[in-house]
Design a protein around this ligand. Structure first.
Ligand code: PA5
Length: 452
C-alpha cells in the first residue's frame, strides 16, 4: 500500500496553512470527480482501473503472448504520452541488464523504442542491433500524424518489411491509435492489421493504463492485471471522503501547491533505485505538460540517488533555495547483498561487514533527507512496499490524480498542451510543409543564419 510521509515538510508549512487549503482541495475534487473541471472531456483515466473491459485485457494478453512466442524483439514506436509510460514501467520492473540477457533468461523478447526523437544515428544503430532477428512493431499514436513516430514507422517499415506480403505485415505490426480518426487508423484498416484503441476521453500522458502502455508492458512479461490491481486500490483510497481525513494524494497535491506558492519553484523527484529513471521521465512529462502553462507551474526535475549526490548534491544542498524534493521509497529490495568482511580494512568499511546493502542505501536516504531539510529543501516521501507491478500501478494512479488536482487548484487545464504546437509550426515551416509558406517566410526573415 502506498503511504505518504510529509513530516519533513512541517518546518516549511504551518498547520493552519494546510487547513486553509482544504476548501480549495474540496472544490478541486468536486470539479475533477464531477467531471466539470477544464478539459473534463479527458477524464476517462479516472475510472480506468475499474472500467477497462475484461475483453480488452484478455485481448492484450493474447497479442502479447503471440509476440512473446514468435518474435525476438518488439520495437515500440511512439513519443511523449504514447511512449513514456510503457518505458517507465518496463524499465522499473525488468532486469537491469535485460539487453545483455539471452531471450530464455529474459523470458521474452527485447522491448526497444523508436520514434521518440529524429536521430538518424539512433535509428541506424537500432536497425543494426535487430538485423537477423524476428522483429514486431507496435506503433502508438493517438493522432496518427506525429512527425517523430511517423518518420520512424516509415523507415522501419521500409527497411524491415519492404518485401513482406500483407499477411506477413499483419503478423509483424500492431497499431494503437484513435478509434475512428487519423492516418494510422486508415493504414491499419487498409492493411488489415491488429489494432488497439486509445479512448477518446484519455489524453497521451494519462494513457499508460490503456493499450498504449499495457501491450508493450505485457510483452515485457510484466503482469498487467497486478498493475491494474495496484491502480484500483489507489483509486479507492484516493476517493475516501474528506470527512475521514485527507488521502495521500490529497496531502501530496496540497503540499506541492503550498510549497510552490511559497517560492519553491522546482520539484525534484528522487529515487534510490536506478531502474526508476524512466519513471521519473514519465512523471516529468505528466506534471510538466499538464501544469506548465499560463505562466504557472512547478519545474519538474529528477535525480538518481545516490548517484547524483555526487553531481547535483551540492546544488540541492546549497544552491538557490527553490527546490523541494519528493522521494519514492521502497521498503524492500528484491535481492539483498551483504557486505563481506575484509580484516585488512584498507577501505575502512569493516564497521559495515555483514550489513546488507539495503541498510546502507536506507541510511543514505535518511541522512540525505535530513541534510537537505536542514539546508532548506522540504522533503516529501512516498513509501511503497516493493518494486512490483502493484506498487507501480498505485504510484501511476497516485501521480495522475495528484497532477490533475494540483492543476485545478492552480487554475490551469490539466489535459491540454497548447504550447507544444509552437515548435511543430516552425519545424513544419522550415521543412517546407505545404500550408506553412507564410510562417516559413517570417522565420527566414528573422533568422540571420537561414538567410545565408
Ligand atoms: O501527452 C500528450 O498528449 C502528448 O505527449 C502526446 O502523447 C504526444 O505528443 C504524442 O501524440 P500522439 O499519440 O498523437 O502521437
Amino acid at each position: 500500500m502506498l503511504k505518504l510521509n510529509d513530516h519533513l515538510t512541517n518546518q516549511f508549512i504551518a498547520p493552519h496553512e494546510r487547513k486553509q487549503m482544504e476548501c480549495q482541495l474540496l472544490a478541486a475534487r468536486d470539479l475533477l470527480d464531477g467531471r466539470t473541471c477544464p478539459g473534463s472531456e479527458y477524464t476517462g483515466w479516472l475510472d480506468l482501473p475499474v472500467s477497462l473491459p475484461e475483453e480488452t485485457i484478455a485481448c492484450i494478453e493474447e497479442t502479447a503472448d503471440r509476440i512473446r512466442r514468435d518474435f525476438d524483439v518488439l520495437i515500440v514506436v511512439g513519443i511523449g504520452g504514447s511512449y513514456l509510460g510503457a518505458r517507465a514501467v518496463i524499465e522499473a520492473l525488468s532486469h537491469h541488464f535485460s539487453l545483455s540477457l539471452p531471450k530464455e533468461r529474459r523470458g521474452g523478447p527485447l522491448v526497444l523504442f523508436a520514434g521518440h526523437q529524429i536521430s538518424s544515428d539512433y535509428l541506424h544503430d537500432l536497425l543494426e542491433v535487430v538485423e537477423g532477428k524476428r522483429v514486431a512493431l507496435n506503433v502508438i499514436s493517438k493522432s496518427g500524424t506525429t512527425t517523430e513516430p511517423a518518420i520512424a514507422f516509415r523507415i522501419l517499415r521500409d527497411r524491415l518489411f519492404r518485401h513482406a506480403s500483407r499477411e506477413e505485415l499483419a503478423k509483424h505490426i500492431v497499431i494503437t491509435t484513435d478509434e475512428k480518426r487519423g492516418a494510422l487508423r486508415r493504414y491499419a484498416e487498409q492493411m488489415g492489421l491488429t489494432t488497439y484503441v486509445i479512448p477518446d476521453d484519455i489524453g497521451g500522458r494519462y494513457s499508460v493504463l490503456t493499450p498504449v502502455g499495457l501491450l508493450p508492458i505485457a510483452v515485457a512479461g510484466i503482469d498487467i492485471r497486478a498493475l491494474l490491481d495496484g491502480a484500483r486500490s489507489e483509486r479507492k483510497r484516493s476517493k475516501t471522503p474528506l470527512s475521514e481525513g485527507l488521502s495521500a494524494v490529497d496531502c501530496y497535491a496540497v503540499n506541492r501547491i503550498l510549497l510552490m506558492r511559497k517560492g519553491y519553484q522546482a520539484e525534484i523527484l528522487a529515487c534510490y533505485e536506478p531502474s526508476m529513471r524512466y519513471f521519473a521521465e514519465w512523471w516529468k512529462q505528466l506534471f510538466g505538460e499538464s501544469e506548465g502553462k499560463d505562466g504557472k507551474g512547478v519545474i519538474t526535475m529528477s535525480v538518481d540517488l545516490t548517484t547524483d549526490l555526487h553531481s547535483l548534491g551540492q546544488l540541492i544542498q546549497e544552491g538557490p533555495r527553490v527546490f523541494f524534493e519528493t522521494v519514492i521509497d521502497f521498503a524492500n529490495v528484491r535481492h539483498d547483498i551483504a557486505i563481506p568482511s575484509d580484516l585488512a580494512d584498507l577501505d575502512q568499511l569493516e564497521y559495515l561487514a555483514g550489513q546488507p546493502m539495503s541498510f546502507v542505501n536506507r541510511q543514505a536516504s535518511r541522512g540525505t533527507a535530513l541534510a537537505h531539510v536542514s539546508g532548506g529543501v522540504p522533503n516529501i516521501r512516498i513509501e511503497l512496499e516493493d518494486r512490483s507491478p502493484e506498487s507501480l500501478g498505485a504510484l501511476i494512479y497516485f501521480f495522475e490524480r495528484a497532477c490533475a488536482l494540483s492543476c485545478i487548484m492552480n487554475g490551469v487545464n490539466p489535459f491540454n498542451q497548447p504550447g507544444v504546437e509552437a515548435y511543430k509550426r516552425n519545424m513544419f515551416a522550415l521543412l517546407g510543409k505545404p500550408g506553412y509558406e507564410k510562417v516559413r517566410e517570417e522565420l527566414l526573415r528573422s533568422s540571420a543564419e537561414d538567410k545565408d
